[in-house]
Design a protein around this ligand. Sequence first.
Ligand code: ADP
Ligand code: MG
Length: 458
Amino acid sequence: MLTCEAVDVWSQFLEYVKTKCSLTAYNNWLSPIIVLEAGEEKVQLQVPNIFVKEYLLSNYKKELCAFLPTTINGEPSIEFVIAKQEKKILSPAIHIPKPLAMPTQMENTSEDPFVSFESKLNEQYLFSTFIEGPANQFVKSAAVGVAARPGQSYNPLFIHGGVGLGKTHLLHSIGHYVKENNKRLRVQCITTEAFINQLVDSLRNKSIDRMKRFYRMNVDVLLVDDIQFLQNRPNFEEEFCNTFETLINQKKQIVITCDKPPSQLKLSERMVARMEWGLVASVGMPDLETRVAILQHKAEQKGLEIPSNVAFLIAEHIHNNVRQLEGAINRLSAYLRLLNQSITEDLAEKLLRDMFQLVVREKLTVENILKSVSAVFQVRVTDLKGDGRTKDIAIPRQVAMFLAKELINESLVMIGNSFGKTHSTILHAVKNIEKKIIEDETLRRQIDMVRRNLETQH
Ligand code: ADP
Ligand code: MG
């Protein structure tokens, strides 16, 4: 029996839920629901498809219990009736997720245009080639867990960390593992950029519904790389969020990588909340021993043997990016293929010096430079920072500015700010020192000493 009171309760429930979700989600999922019957013990709801039922139960069970009758087990006492297709019971103005047929084995997904946007999984990116250490052990086991039981453990799995620390490697490893161990499951690995391009293409070709259907029906494990590229793209964010919700509600696994944690992303609150639904795990820079193990492993893959003192030297000097460690091995291997020499510390240092310096530049601050200059020139840091114009302070101060320009990858304005000076003062200092070192051998040596000092410290 449909009583006014029951309809009221349902309206109150809807009013409440409206404050909790976006308008699109409300229109997609909640407004299509019709109350068929409502009594004190049970409510019968008509839903357009099974997904709406699942969405309702997985997102609003607590609220349903608060508003509607419950069973003795504390579950909402609802009987769901799936609407028959031909009955047009709903207002056409409302956009409803279409009830879609599950794909059959016969369906040839490879002909789908959306597959072409898929990233090919890199053959090298396997769990077995991912070297573990304290900084990435946790995230690796989360990734293995998700790969072994897609959709059943953490969903989504959100992996974040700096550039070149193995996020894509882990993402592809999950893809390989699932493909290998669960051939039935369909894996789609895509970069956020490709997803956006795909959307743009679909909008242009008026195939947007097909694209939505593809994601909702043809994907069991969705691997999305570099979600930070969704920032400042509000239109795409909404579509991504919808796809995301649909998949999660169908218990399809989603794994996302990003260069920062969800809370630091400039995305809508709704989107950030979705990212935090499952497990957020970070991948950090491996410690020295793990970096050495990675170097040895990469060298081995290239048929190269590097003595451990050389591996330590490289690992010590390249400490913020695993990709650069790989670059170092590639360079050594290319060199050794040309010349039949054995690798020594000296040779490695000579060949990789610019890579080592790159690391120095990334980590150096004006404060470090001031300290080193103060030690070599025997002046106080406070004097270097002050305005004193006597020669024994002015020259070291200009040296510090000269080195800051050389070693720190920042604009003159930024460097000027760090010294509390204008960019033209920095420029003037740089020119003056450049001129002086041509004829002043002592000054040249002193500057070299500061450089070496900084290199050994960083
Ligand atoms: P990100 O996506 O985080 O920028 P990638 O996954 O592209 O980084 O990793 C950069 C390179 O470093 C890849 O070639 C990858 O194989 C390698 N790499 C990163 N971390 C590890 C690790 N722990 N073990 C082995 N290789 C690693
Ligand atoms: Mg990557």
